[in-house]
Ligand binder design. Structure first.
Ligand SMILES: Nc1nc2c(c(=O)[nH]1)N[C@H]1C(S)=C(S)[C@@H](COP(=O)(O)OP(=O)(O)OC[C@H]3O[C@@H](n4cnc5c(=O)[nH]c(N)nc54)[C@H](O)[C@@H]3O)O[C@H]1N2
Ligand SMILES: Nc1nc2c(c(=O)[nH]1)N[C@H]1C(S)=C(S)[C@@H](COP(=O)(O)OP(=O)(O)OC[C@H]3O[C@@H](n4cnc5c(=O)[nH]c(N)nc54)[C@H](O)[C@@H]3O)O[C@H]1N2
Ligand code: SF4
Ligand SMILES: [Mo]
Length: 705
């Protein structure tokens, strides 16, 4: 029997955007593995995506449209045809347009897939043309992106393998062993060649294994730490005055501010020893080149934007931007920005009537957004009831009887469960797309390997049907996926030399194609695309927005008061970062991955556990005034006292109806409407009952696949 090998891209929210190969026999994918020739993927996939065919052919896949019968969230559905589903959605939306205006329709999407067609174009064209409310997509890294761009002008980042040139690597609030796995072999090679690794994280993460130093500051205090390091570096005259004068704006003002951050104060704020802070400053200033690698976990705090600004100042203080192996590693997204007009056709559309912050979804549905209120919600590529903050408010909003909710999904998620109409979505093996990456600079075409399962349709194909049914006849709402790619690629290539030689036809051959970067190392020409052309320690653009123009630190914790019967002094800070075996809530319904990740848990320090009479494996209630969830206690020294950790991604409907996001805050951060998941005060108590399932300590080594 002959089989076909179909090349594609991993679509999940991960910087690595791996090259994947599906082996297809008689229309069925029988094998799935990494592209051995992809320079970043290098022939291996992470533990979570390796069993991907389990997802593609899962018996729970939605295979036809459903209409709710019975109460919202009641789990009773009737099968309907696509014609019926599209006609009903169009009729409801037409009525809403006439009665309230299309602003009453809110699309909600995020990172189920990162493709150009199924995400980027789907987020723009239909909604713009319809005049629907715009969604401010700030759940992930909005503040960090804004902070990096306002400081350096663009998100440019070295290739993973260039870490070989670093002598010191600081993983600052970033856990690549779980969240950017293909960075790790490069890091290990650098370590074997003598480079030192330092991890700064309130949790001893998988990435901290093999590091020479792990520092665990209190969450949300890293801005003070960064300013304290700068203080010491300058005081000990280890800074690069000439570089600062030549390449930065605002150095004198910033230097003056550093006086406020002596080690004693920084030790008190961060909960670190003064000697450890001084030691870190000396190591960073002397082991050159030194690379600071961050991602978005660090910015998910109320002061996250300023934290990232302060961290970005350190490579400037030491004159290391532009040096191979030095500077900042954050994201490669800035090397390729798709032509926005080709993506959106905004010039042919009415202006967006208003913008709704996705982090305020619950509040928006419950009346914060008015005039007109949100009357219809269309969710695709996202699972807000599980993954967005303050889930209790979201679920309450989804239960509004006058809200018409459509969810386009592969599975009956926590969000889909509250829909009026559920539409079945294709998996990555069933649709066409083009992927850029945020951790590297290869483009990968994704050719469909198999036909759509059941009656499932891709995001774009559903939007084409909706456009037609709504009488929107613009040709750019009806293009095939390849036509969309061709249009956006051509328009972008016309102005972007990095796309030199990259065509749809070449991409369709299946190999990853690299962008052409000049200079190859970020900012090697010391040309920073800021308004001043320099590193902006002082940013006039921030000042114009009424923000602090200099990197700074403001102590800004979650202010939620203690629930009844709980003492203020017993509050713990709950950090809920990435789970090793899921991507947000995606993949968190796969049996093989659930077996590895085990039941939902809370890591708590032995001192905090003892103070609450919590034993290993106890069932604990984690709560605040926003909500609560029940978790299994893992008593471990891997978290610092005062901090508890429970990874994101769990499906509420697989447990007691709640997950960690029933406790998280929907307050916005200091920049760009950022989510603040980790600025979260909770109270933890034993539920006295023991968990029946195996309750042995889950060591992080076990998780290391
Ligand atoms: N396996 C897996 N991979 C993923 C994801 C996933 O869910 N699972 N999610 C993807 C997505 S959407 C994203 S945005 C990226 C995120 O990638 P990362 O930012 O690397 O991941 P996070 O786990 O969100 O956060 C990293 C670390 O920040 C720490 N942290 C939290 N608050 C603070 C603080 O105040 N100070 C310091 N120093 N550290 C702090 C957390 O303890 C955590 O270990 O990962 C992507 N990759
Ligand atoms: N507590 C806590 N919560 C967090 C975070 C945290 O650090 N802590 N991190 C936040 C971050 S960084 C992010 S990025 C968000 C992510 O939040 P979301 O973007 O909501 O991500 P997921 O929860 O993975 O939901 C994605 C859904 O898209 C579906 N999907 C996949 N492909 C397709 C497709 O082609 N079409 C359609 N229609 N659906 C598809 C998947 O089945 C999945 O159910 O989560 C945030 N949530
Ligand atoms: S999730 Fe990341 S590491 Fe895993 S296969 Fe996808 S791109 Fe690669
Ligand atoms: Mo994210």
């Amino acid at each position: 029997m002959s089989s076909d090998l179909i090349h594609g891209a991993c679509p999940h929210d991960c910087p690595d955007t791996c090259g994947i190969i599906s082996e297809v026999e008689n229309g069925r994918a029988v094998n799935f593995y990494a592209d051995p020739n992809h320079p970043v993927t290098q022939g291996w996939l992470c533990a979570k995506v390796r069993p991907y065919l389990e997802r593609v052919y899962h018996p729970d896949r939605l295979t036809h449209p459903l209409r709710r019968v019975g109460p919202k969230g009641g789990g009773q559905w009737a099968r309907i045809t696509w014609d019926e589903a599209i006609a009903e959605i169009a009729a409801r939306w037409q009525a809403i347009r006439v009665e309230s205006g299309a602003a009453a329709i809110l699309p909600y999407s995020y990172s189920g897939t990162l493709g150009l067609v199924q995400m980027t174009v789907c987020n723009a064209r239909l909604w713009n043309r319809l005049g629907a409310s715009h969604l401010q997509r700030s759940i992930c890294g909005a503040a960090a992106e804004f902070a990096v761009e306002s400081t350096l002008g663009a998100r440019h980042s070295p290739a993973y393998e260039d870490v070989a040139q670093s002598r010191l690597i600081i993983l600052w609030g970033h856990n690549p062993a779980s969240t950017a796995p293909h960075f790790m072999p490069a890091l290990r090679r650098a370590q074997r060649a003598g480079a030192e690794t330092i991890v700064i994280d309130p949790r001893r993460t998988l990435s901290a294994h093999g590091a020479s130093l792990h520092l665990a500051p209190l969450p949300g205090t890293d801005g003070a730490l960064a300013l304290g390091l700068a203080h010491i570096i300058v005081q000990e005259n280890r800074h690069d005055e000439a570089w600062l004068q030549a390449n930065t704006v605002g150095w004198p003002q910033f230097k003056a501010r550093l006086a406020d951050y002596p080690p004693a104060r920084v030790a008190q704020v961060t909960g670190l020893a003064e000697s450890a802070i001084v030691d870190l400053a000396r190591r960073y200033a002397s082991a050159r080149p030194g690379l600071i690698k961050i991602a978005d976990g660090l910015n998910r705090h109320r002061n996250g934007g300023q934290t990232v600004r302060a961290v970005c100042a350190l490579p400037a203080i030491t004159g290391q931007y532009g040096a191979a192996g030095g500077g900042l590693a954050y994201s490669t997204s800035g090397y390729l920005r798709w032509d926005s007009e080709a993506v959106s056709h905004a010039a042919d559309c009415p202006p967006a009537p208003r913008s709704v912050n996705m982090n305020r979804l619950g509040a928006a549905l419950l009346g914060e957004i008015n005039d007109p209120p949100i009357r219809s919600l269309y969710v695709y590529g996202a699972n807000p009831a599980a993954s967005a903050p303050n889930a209790g408010a979201i679920v309450a909003g989804l239960q509004r009887s006058d809200l018409f909710t459509v969810v386009h999904e592969l599975f009956m998620t926590d969000t889909a469960a509250y829909a009026d109409i559920v539409l079945p979505a294709t998996s990555q093996l069933e649709h066409t797309d083009l992927h850029k990456a945020y951790g590297h600079t290869y483009l990968q075409y994704n050719r469909p390997a198999i036909a759509p399962l059941g009656e499932s349709k891709s995001n774009w194909d559903v939007m084409r049907l909706l456009a037609q049914a709504l009488g929107l006849d613009d040709p750019w709402l009806q293009q095939g996926a390849d036509e969309v790619i061709e249009e956006v690629l051509t328009a972008t290539a016309n102005r972007l030399p990095a796309l030199h030689g990259i065509t749809l036809a070449r991409l369709q051959e299946g190999r990853p194609l690299p962008l052409t970067l000049s200079p190859a190392a970020p900012f090697a020409d010391l040309n920073f695309p800021t308004p001043s052309g320099k590193v902006e320690l002082f940013s006039q653009s921030l000042a114009d927005l009424g923000l602090d123009p200099l990197p700074g630190f403001v102590h800004d914790d979650d202010t939620a008061p203690a629930p009844d019967g709980c003492a203020e002094a017993d509050a713990l800070q709950l950090v809920s970062g990435a789970a090793h075996h899921f991507v947000s809530s995606s993949l968190a319904n796969l049996e093989s991955l659930l077996a590895l990740e085990k039941s939902p848990f809370l890591e708590i320090h032995p001192l905090d556990a003892a103070a609450r009479q919590i034993g290993q494996g106890d069932r604990v209630i984690v709560e605040n005034r926003r909500g609560r969830c029940t978790l299994r206690a893992v008593v471990t020294g891997a978290v610092r006292p005062g901090v508890v950790v429970s990874p994101k991604g769990r499906w509420s409907r697989q447990g007691d109806g709640h997950n960690v996001n029933w406790t998280t805050s929907d307050a916005l951060g200091d920049m760009a409407g950022q989510s603040t998941f980790h600025s979260n005060r909770v109270w933890v108590r034993s539920d006295s009952r023991q968990v029946p399932a195996p309750a042995e300590q889950q060591s992080m080594e076990d998780q290391h696949a």
